[in-house]
Design a protein around this ligand. Structure first.
Ligand code: ATP
Ligand code: MG
Length: 219
């Protein structure tokens, strides 16, 4: 399946989650292609660090910040891969728009902060546009950098606000703010590969993966 991690808001964890999803799916035996759709090339840099460290499995990664190129390459190569994961970059871009046309699933990370929740309206408009020219895009919002406390009022408020946005289904599987996610991402590692292992980070990521990939039953 083709999954885009996208949000026009910057710094919400798109690259972090795209890299975690790509490596974890590859570790589970899937043929994965990670596409960095951001000029900044952060996801590509993480995968380059992984490759330099000689970590297996290696992750196939390409960078296409131009929407037309991204669309052309995905159309040409989609049958070669079981999972294509696109990090669409922060801000409205041709790459993000192309990704919304091609994807089966859109995952929109947001942090439990007011600005992040307001910014979802912008993504909702882009989803409306994509839905006007295609069918079947499934859109999920997931809280990332959630407050660690089990009973955080900020988490609860943000979740309730996002549940009101009709364009997105709120996935109740928050990823909390944990050093393991930032450390692993920078090194091009899945949290499961990081030593010492953070079992809570691993469990959160696994829960997100099973909800995302089991929802979409075709492949
Ligand atoms: N769950 C998390 N726990 C701890 N740190 C996190 C988590 N998610 C993201 N971060 C950190 O937050 C910062 C922003 O994350 P990231 O670069 O993934 O966001 P982004 O949405 O891709 O940003 P941009 O819009 O610039 O592309 C990074 O330093 C990353 O390590
Ligand atoms: Mg990024």
């Amino acid at each position: 399946m083709i999954l885009t991690v996208g949000n026009t808001k910057g710094g919400v964890g798109k690259t972090t989650l795209a890299v975690q999803l790509a490596i974890s799916r590859a570790m589970a035996g899937r043929d994965v292609w990670l596409i960095d759709g951001d000029r900044q090339g952060t996801a590509a840099a993480a995968i380059a660090a992984r490759s330099e460290a000689g970590r297996k499995p290696g992750i196939a990664c390409a960078q296409y910040a131009d929407g037309k190129e991204l669309r052309g390459q995905v159309q040409q190569q989609r049958d070669k891969w079981q999972d294509i994961i696109i990090d669409a970059g922060g801000r409205d871009s041709t790459a993000l728009r192309a990704a919304l046309i091609l994807s089966d699933v859109l995952l929109v990370p947001f942090a439990p902060r007011s600005y992040d929740v307001w910014a979802l309206d912008d993504m909702a408009s882009l989803v409306d546009e994509a839905n006007s020219v295609r069918d079947g895009l499934r859109c999920f919002a997931v809280m990332n950098q959630a407050d660690p406390g089990e009973h955080s009022a900020d988490n609860a408020e943000a979740a309730a606000a996002v549940a009101e946005v009709p364009q997105f289904a709120y996935l109740p599987v928050p990823i909390r703010r944990r050093k393991a996610f930032s450390n692993a991402g920078g090194a091009g590692l899945a949290v499961a590969e990081l030593a010492p292992r953070d079992p809570k980070a691993c469990a959160e990521l696994e829960t997100l993966i099973s909800s995302l990939f089991n929802i979409h039953t075709h492949s």
